[in-house]
Design a protein around this ligand. Structure first.
Ligand SMILES: Nc1ncnc2c1ncn2[C@@H]1O[C@H](COP(=O)(O)OP(=O)(O)OP(=O)(O)O)[C@@H](O)[C@H]1O
Ligand SMILES: [Mg+2]
Length: 251
């Protein structure tokens, strides 16, 4: 059995940052094989991880939809989709990356969509860990792309509004039954300690706090200077904190 971790939260709270810190922590902890799954249509996980992406699932699915009517043979189509999914996979140092890209265009060619879903699911079975980055907000929950997840980590900034959004995401996940084992909140970009009033608010909202991550200049540098998550020093506070969170989850 593998472990699937998905990130959710409001825009700009640090989903991609924390997702890539988790990936680095898993690699350095020699935990097993890792699939990084970028499900944000504005994909940028590859930049944090320092790999180039030329194809996305969205792109090859559209090609397939255009050409599929001219192809004959169900088995051939199956094999073609399987091959296409594998070709979309990018190999990094210690992880593979699959970028979903843009969602399905208008008109459901359900046969193709189902085939792609089938082979993406099969692909995930090959890995010990799947770390899934998502777009901001709740759309991905209602589209059920974030289903069958062991840990849904909702990232929030240290503000009441952030916590409120996190609790809405949790409520919606519970409501629509997307098959998540455990939901946690992580408060990111905290200055010093977490304010007691925020802690209380988190409890009131019945959110499980996995931990906090402090404001860290090393992390800020990654985005602003085009560095990658592997360039930040080993003793960077945020990296150490993420490693602790991973221990807490017993990953
Ligand atoms: N702990 C931190 N300390 C300092 N800067 C941080 C921290 N966490 C995130 N950042 C910075 O905040 C910005 C937003 O982070 P990130 O892109 O990870 O957010 P996101 O939730 O994935 O955003 P989006 O909703 O657009 O996908 C980035 O510039 C990132 O470097
Ligand atoms: Mg992001």
């Amino acid at each position: 059995m593998n472990v699937k971790i998905a990130l959710a939260g409001k825009g700009g709270t640090g989903k991609t940052t924390i997702g890539s810190l988790i990936i680095r922590s898993l690699i350095e902890g020699k935990k097993g094989s890792i699939l990084a799954l970028d499900a944000d249509p504005n994909s940028n996980l590859n930049e944090f991880l320092g790999v180039n992406v030329s194809n996305t699932i969205g792109m090859i699915r559209e090609d397939f939809k255009k050409n599929a009517p001219r192809l004959t043979g169900g088995i051939y189509k199956d094999q073609l989709v399987e091959m296409n999914v594998h070709q979309t996979l990018v190999e990094g140092k210690g992880f593979d990356l699959l970028v979903m890209g843009r969602g399905e265009g208008p008109g459901c060619y359900c046969y193709a969509n189902n085939l792609f879903k089938k082979y993406i699911d099969i692909l995930q079975d090959n890995y010990d860990y799947i770390v899934m980055d998502n777009e901001a907000g709740m759309e991905h929950l209602s589209r059920k792309t974030t289903s069958n997840v062991n840990y849904l980590l909702i990232i929030s900034d240290p503000s009441p509004k952030g916590i409120l959004t996190a609790s809405r995401i949790k409520d919606l996940s519970d409501e629509i039954n997307i098959n998540v084992d455990k939901i946690f909140i992580i408060v990111n970009r905290v200055n010093g300690k977490l304010d007691d009033r925020l802690k209380k608010y988190i409890e009131e909202k019945k959110l499980d706090l996995l931990g906090i991550i402090n404001m860290d200049d090393d992390i800020y540098e990654v985005d602003i200077s085009g560095k990658t998550i592997f360039d930040i020093p080993e003793d960077s506070l945020a990296l150490k904190q993420v490693k602790k969170l991973i221990e807490k989850l017993k990953l």
